[in-house]
Write a protein that binds this ligand. Structure first.
Ligand code: ADP
Ligand code: MG
Length: 229
């Protein structure tokens, strides 16, 4: 098993009237630590389902999901929740920041949930905000931030507990191209410095230049686009 993220022959179906809809059809991929795998594909092709399975939020009908060398299918619900808090970083399209918390507090909450040392957590949170270019916004609440700045907080928050696997779903769809490109470049850089295995779902093929590998989903099936830029 890979020390990053590995999916092997993963099939996922949803109930659909009297039959079932196949959202993922024997999907296999390996994401080594410190690399970005980009996923593109039309709406409804299974991209978010792929991330939900990789995040251990959704259990596939069949196939292997390995997170940092652990087979997720052998874990119970409580162990999967723990794995998510300690090992997996998740970035969705909407930052979903808490309106009442400052930027640094948004990050500290994650360390608290994972039972980490609070004093070290504050130092790490400030360091991460610095790395995403928001050192001077640490004590600001979300209403004082732009859309791009909120997404940067969201990314820093996902990295708070040093995840081995980082799962990112269309992080730039609310941003213009220039701001979106800056976010994707930042994600790629943080992936390398943090040694995370990153899956980046994007609707914008111009972002593929930041990924080591790219694949396209069509009706739940993987098509490899290219290997290595
Ligand atoms: P994408 O992110 O590429 O737009 P999704 O993974 O969200 O695609 O969806 C893949 C297919 O599975 C779509 O046909 C969608 O309608 C269906 N689907 C997604 N989530 C569910 C669900 N919870 N229950 C039933 N069908 C779903
Ligand atoms: Mg989606």
């Amino acid at each position: 098993m890979s020390s990053g993220l590995e999916l092997a022959d993963v099939t996922l179906t949803y109930p659909d009237g009297d039959s079932r809809l196949t959202a993922l059809d024997r999907v296999s991929l390996v994401v080594p630590p410190g690399t970005v795998t980009a996923v593109v594909g039309p709406s409804g092709s299974g991209k978010s389902s792929l991330l939900a399975v990789a995040a251990t939020l959704t259990r596939p009908d069949a196939g292997l999901v390995s997170i940092a060398g652990r087979d997720a299918s052998t874990l119970g619900a409580a162990e999967r929740a723990r794995l998510r808090r300690t090992t997996i970083g998740i970035v969705f399209q909407q930052p979903n920041l808490l309106a009442s918390l400052t930027c640094v507090e948004q990050l500290q909450v994650m360390a608290h949930l994972a039972g980490r040392n609070p004093r070290k957590a504050r130092a790490r949170a400030l360091d991460l905000l610095d790395r995403v270019g928001l050192a001077d916004r640490a004590e600001h609440r979300p209403h004082r931030l732009s859309g791009g700045q909120r997404q940067r907080v969201n990314i820093a928050r996902a990295l708070m507990n040093e995840p081995r696997v980082l799962l990112v779903d269309e992080p730039t769809s609310a941003l213009d191209h220039e701001r979106g490109a800056a976010i994707v470049a930042l994600l790629a850089e943080l992936t390398r410095t943090a040694g995370a295995a990153t899956v980046l779902v994007t609707h914008d093929r111009r972002h593929l230049t930041h990924a080591e590998r790219s694949l396209e989903l069509i009706d739940g099936r993987v098509r490899t686009l290219d290997e290595g830029h």
